[in-house]
Design a protein around this ligand. Structure first.
Ligand SMILES: CC(=O)N[C@H]1[C@@H](OP(=O)(O)OP(=O)(O)OC[C@H]2O[C@@H](n3ccc(=O)[nH]c3=O)[C@H](O)[C@@H]2O)O[C@H](CO)[C@@H](O)[C@@H]1O[C@H](C)C(=O)N[C@@H](C)C(=O)N[C@H](CCC(=O)O)C(=O)O
Ligand SMILES: Nc1ncnc2c1ncn2[C@@H]1O[C@H](COP(=O)(O)OP(=O)(O)OP(=O)(O)O)[C@@H](O)[C@H]1O
Ligand SMILES: N[C@H](CCC[C@H](N)C(=O)O)C(=O)O
Ligand SMILES: [Mg+2]
Length: 489
């Protein structure tokens, strides 16, 4: 593509050099630059990309987009100065891939918890309607049926637009994506043409990155602030940040709630370990999901499906056909008649919700044994609160390792234990080896009990000192059940 055509997508402050040249690709990482590439210098969280301008030119870059003009200018290179190169990167990536988001009905989901669940269920829902769709999520990306491994919840703008382009080329009409707070803050979504936005909830998370809850809220809100007039903005009326999100949006405002009058009003009629009977806008529906938080997720899915023009009656029928997403309240029944639930709850709020939902169903008939840890090199403040939430509702808690990353597992465990009183500590075991911790929980369990294994959900690795070792909670449980089966024979 011609450079002069490419940069029509961005607000330019100043240009030095010739724009009548052919560009063969673009990247914001100097290590990926090839001959005739455009390099976008971005100020990151660890380093300033402006440092790598010379390196990019050495690797073949013939054009540079930057916020500050370098002191030494190479005569054959074109420099384009902008006020915000993160935003420019998003806009350029969209233009490079011929604005695929404009050819798709694109819906973004943001909030602390529930993004993967809602985005995945919307993808499944529209496939049940016979549509071709794409999905960008924490667990996996999909181009129609083709799985593309995910590295981020929301990919960088180049990967993102490339995937959207592949969706268009594969004949997809719809795309559903998670919008993480990091991606909104880093403007990875700049330039995307959204047709709808969904807000789930806001509780503490990622404070290691955003520093304050206000900054975290602002990042999420910026997604709605940028939605166009013809899009819908669907929010959770029962979350205290629900209406704040929509304060400055131009999009059409819609609401869902389990508590008050809303466009999509739900009520839980009965909760069981194998599903829930729900009432939505006066109609009853059986769903294969457990817990109040999933009732919220399903209301959002139903609401968005209707807002995208599908028939409400048919949407309700399809809602009852949907099944849980990998590692999100996934239940496995043991040969010894207890239940194991694998869930990705890795925040205090998610843990409280999951445990609350389990207690609602189990009552006093069974005990709850919780296996949980907290990730290393991430928000430390959540550790003691997570331990507290686990102990509050469980009968027994086994604290264990999650992804320790570069921290010592024992240090993380002691941060968690610091949230507990001496009396609470009596119902808690600390077993840093996650495999051992899971095994111990199964040894405690009696018929009717529920074991919750929280924090890693679908993850198939444990990250220790920079190395990802294969590890999957569900596989570990299945191995134990198999051993039990064999010892019975
Ligand atoms: C903290 C964070 O979010 N970092 C993201 C960010 O990188 P950064 O700002 O740290 O980049 P940097 O290392 O400071 O470098 C600045 C610039 O210099 C460039 N550079 C750097 C080195 C070099 O030799 N040459 C060069 O050109 C880099 O390519 C970059 O453009 O921008 C990169 C490109 O988009 C992301 O890949 C990277 O994600 C890192 C790997 C990450 O782990 N992010 C996590 C925290 C994240 O984004 N998580 C959310 C989900 C959270 C959730 O809700 O659960 C997600 O959306 O996945
Ligand atoms: N609507 C909800 N409200 C509160 N908790 C929820 C909700 N939906 C899911 N959860 C809990 O949060 C966990 C993560 O759910 P999910 O993966 O859908 O969220 P996410 O927003 O994509 O998370 P991440 O930011 O880590 O990608 C689930 O395993 C469950 O415990
Ligand atoms: N996207 C989340 C995932 C955390 C999952 C947990 N298993 C951990 O490793 O901390 C984060 O980056 O905080
Ligand atoms: Mg997610």
């Amino acid at each position: 593509m011609k450079l002069e055509s490419l940069i029509q997508a961005i607000p330019v402050k100043q240009i030095s050099g010739n724009t009548n040249k052919e560009i063969s690709g673009l990247d914001s990482d100097s290590r990926n630059i090839q001959q005739d590439f455009l390099f976008v210098a971005v100020k990151g969280t660890a380093v300033d990309g402006h440092q790598f301008i010379d390196k990019a030119i050495e690797s073949g870059a013939t054009a540079i987009v930057c916020e500050e003009m370098p002191e030494n200018i190479t005569p054959t290179t074109t420099y384009i100065q902008v006020s915000d190169s993160k935003e420019a990167l998003g806009l350029l990536a969209s233009k490079w891939y011929a604005n695929p988001s404009r050819q798709l009905t694109l819906v973004g989901v943001t909030g602390t918890n529930g993004k993967t669940t809602i985005a995945t269920l919307l993808y499944e829902m529209f496939r049940l309607f016979g549509e071709k769709a794409g999905l960008l999520s924490t667990v996996c990306n999909y181009i129609d049926e083709k799985a593309v491994p995910a590295t981020h919840t929301t990919p960088d703008p180049i990967t993102l637009n490339k995937l959207l382009r592949e969706m268009v080329d594969a004949g997809c009409r719809y795309a559903f994506m998670e919008v993480s707070s990091h991606s909104a803050d880093q403007k990875r979504i700049a330039g995307l043409d959204f047709d709808g936005g969904i807000f789930t909830n806001l509780t503490r998370d990622h404070l290691d990155y955003h520093k304050t809850v206000e900054a975290y809220l602002k990042a999420k809100k910026s997604f709605f602030d940028h939605l166009p007039k013809n899009a819908f903005a669907l929010t959770n009326l029962d979350d205290k940040s629900g209406m704040v999100m929509l304060q400055n949006t131009k999009a059409a405002k819609h609401t869902y709630s389990l508590k008050t009058l809303a466009d999509y009003k739900g009520r839980i009629i009965e909760s069981r370990l194998d599903g829930t009977t729900l009432e939505i806008n006066g109609r009853e529906v059986e769903v294969q999901f457990v817990g109040k938080f999933n009732a919220y997720n399903l209301l959002a899915v139903y609401g968005a499906t209707c807002l995208l023009g599908e028939n409400p009656e048919k949407a309700l029928i399809k809602l009852s056909m949907l099944i849980p997403v990998a590692g999100r309240f996934q239940t496995i029944h043991s040969p010894e008649k207890y239940t194991v639930i694998i869930d990705y709850a890795h925040t205090p709020d998610a843990l409280a919700n999951v445990l609350g939902s389990i207690r609602e169903v189990v009552g006093k008939k069974g005990r709850i044994i919780t296996v949980v840890g907290a990730g290393g090199n991430r928000d430390k403040g959540k550790r003691p609160i997570m331990a507290q939430e686990a102990v509050k509702i469980s009968d027994r808690v086994i604290l264990t390792s999650d992804n320790p990353r570069f921290e010592e597992p024992e240090d993380i465990l002691s941060d968690m234990r610091a949230g507990l009183s001496p009396q609470q500590l009596r119902q808690v075991l600390s077993i840093s080896d996650r495999r051992e911790a899971i095994k111990t929980a199964t040894q405690f369990a009696q018929p009717g009990d529920v074991i919750l294994i929280a924090g890693k959900g679908h993850e198939d690795y444990q990250e220790i000192k920079g190395v990802k070792y294969h590890f999957n909670d569900k596989e570990e449980v299945e191995k134990i059940f198999k051993e039990y089966d064999q010892s019975e024979k």
